[in-house]
Design a protein around this ligand. Structure first.
Ligand SMILES: [Zn+2]
Length: 449
């Protein structure tokens, strides 16, 4: 009898421990990380009492949970207890390498270099960080290099402007002729203005925006350390702009955002709807094991329908599950002369965060000044209609929203890794409600005078 009872107990405990919880993160019992926190994300039976290092874990009504534990350098043993068993997870936290700052090396003589390919970022600091880009240079742009620091060369533009370019992006130019200024003129159209500056060869340029104006500047440091040519354009309320270069000719064109006729809603507006990730790129993984790419696609397909009803011409980067590169997403948008680019995503925990439960709600990202207003309107519309936490409007350097030819935003509707948000994004109506909120925001932006 006693043997039977013990067998029964083992059987009972076995079943319970097997179904107590399932983890999405960590994937293994032993993990090496560079983060300050260990993240436990998964689903559990609500009847379970789960603690991690004796901290009680909140389990959402749908079973989703997420918990973070601060790590010390080296090995950390973390005990995850459910009703009937305890599992030990080992996290090895790498010590932060004290990154020695690179030393600036001044060249004895300035050197002539040329840019190897189009769209090469010119930065104002010698680091590969998103927001320090001052322009994107064209292939064969002539540069004067005066020094180096780490992986970057220092570019001389003007006595007041120092810039940096990745060493990989340039090559020394042996057959060098000093570029000469040829001519400069402007043309004004009904909804655009076009400015042409012609040189005998390509030179570096920058674009700066103030509240009311855009300054397009081409530098010719070969003439003097103060020589530059500038075009300043009064900014329309809503606008896009583009810079084209053919040999030494620069065309800088500022276009007013199209105004639909009264009651015509989005008629005449082309909107690129971009479902984030796809194919082998799953995006973030939710507490319940959902793939971000699938939810993004459902929202994108709903958004297409609503925007088309509003009269827009809609272009999609993907309409099914498949891999599309970031370059191709931008290419599709530009080839179709898109006025607006909206990239759809769901967020996940950032690497360093005190409390995983604080990372919830809706945020919208923009890169260029011309897209900030749309980001604000769409974020407000989502927060109101979905009743999510306001996670803010932020500027960030994402490749798909960097081009200036369209107004571009990247929407993070909610957090895949937040248990409360998981209740929201698991709802059947989530894709259509989200799409409606985004479409309403776009419409408000377009019809605003
Ligand atoms: Zn994403």
């Amino acid at each position: 009898m006693r043997v039977f009872f013990i067998l029964f107990l083992i059987f009972f405990l076995g079943i319970n421990s097997a179904f107590a919880y399932e983890l999405v993160l960590p994937k293994d019992r032993k993990t090496t990380v560079d983060t300050n926190y260990a993240f436990f994300i998964g689903k559990a039976n609500r009847a379970e009492c789960i603690t991690i290092n004796d901290e009680r874990v909140y389990i959402a009504p749908n079973g989703a949970f997420a918990h973070s534990i601060k790590l010390k350098d080296g090995e950390n043993r973390i005990a995850l207890k459910s009703n009937y068993n305890t599992q030990i997870y080992r996290f090895y936290k790498n010590k932060k390498k004290s990154s020695k700052e690179a030393i600036l090396i001044e060249f004895d003589e300035p050197k002539n270099f040329i840019v190897k390919k189009d769209n090469t970022p010119l930065r104002n600091t010698p680091i590969d960080y998103g927001m320090n880009r001052i322009s994107h240079l064209f292939k064969d742009t002539n540069l004067i290099i005066t020094g180096q620091k780490g992986e970057f060369y220092r570019v001389f533009l003007n006595k007041n402007v120092e810039a940096w370019i990745s060493k990989d992006a340039v090559v020394e130019n042996k057959n060098f002729f000093e570029p000469r200024f040829i001519t400069m003129n402007s043309e004004t159209f009904k909804n655009a203005s076009k400015h042409i500056i012609e040189f005998s060869d390509k030179l570096p340029y920058t674009i700066e925006e103030t509240e009311n104006e855009i300054f397009f500047k081409v530098y010719n440091p070969y003439v003097s350390e103060e020589t530059f040519y500038t075009v300043n354009v009064k900014k329309p309320f809503k606008y896009t702009y583009e810079t084209i270069s053919h040999k030494g000719t620069y065309v800088f064109k500022v276009t007013e955002f199209p105004k639909p006729e009264e009651n015509e809603l989005l008629d005449g507006i082309t909107i690129l709807v971009d479902a984030g990730h796809g194919g082998s790129e799953r995006g973030a993984i939710g507490c319940l094991g959902d793939n971000e790419k699938d939810i993004n696609l459902k929202i994108a397909n709903e958004l297409k329908k609503i925007l088309e009803i509003m009269g827009a011409n809609v272009v999609m980067t993907r309409e099914c599950d498949g891999t599309v590169s970031l370059d191709d997403r931008v290419k599709i948008a530009k080839e179709n002369c898109s006025n607006i680019f909206v990239s759809i995503h769901l967020n996940s925990i950032p690497d360093i965060k005190m409390d995983i439960h604080k990372n919830k709600g809706t945020s919208v990202y923009y890169y260029n000044e011309n897209s900030k207003e749309l980001a604000k309107i769409v974020k407000n519309s989502l927060v109101t209609q979905l009743n999510t936490r306001n996670d803010g409007v932020r500027q960030a350097s994402f490749a798909v929203i960097r081009p200036t030819e369209y107004v571009g935003i990247l929407v993070e509707v909610a957090y895949m890794t937040n248990p409360v948000d998981s209740v929201l994004y698991k709802k059947e109506e989530f894709p259509s409600v989200t799409a409606k909120a985004i479409a309403d925001g776009i419409l408000s932006f377009v019809i605003a005078p």
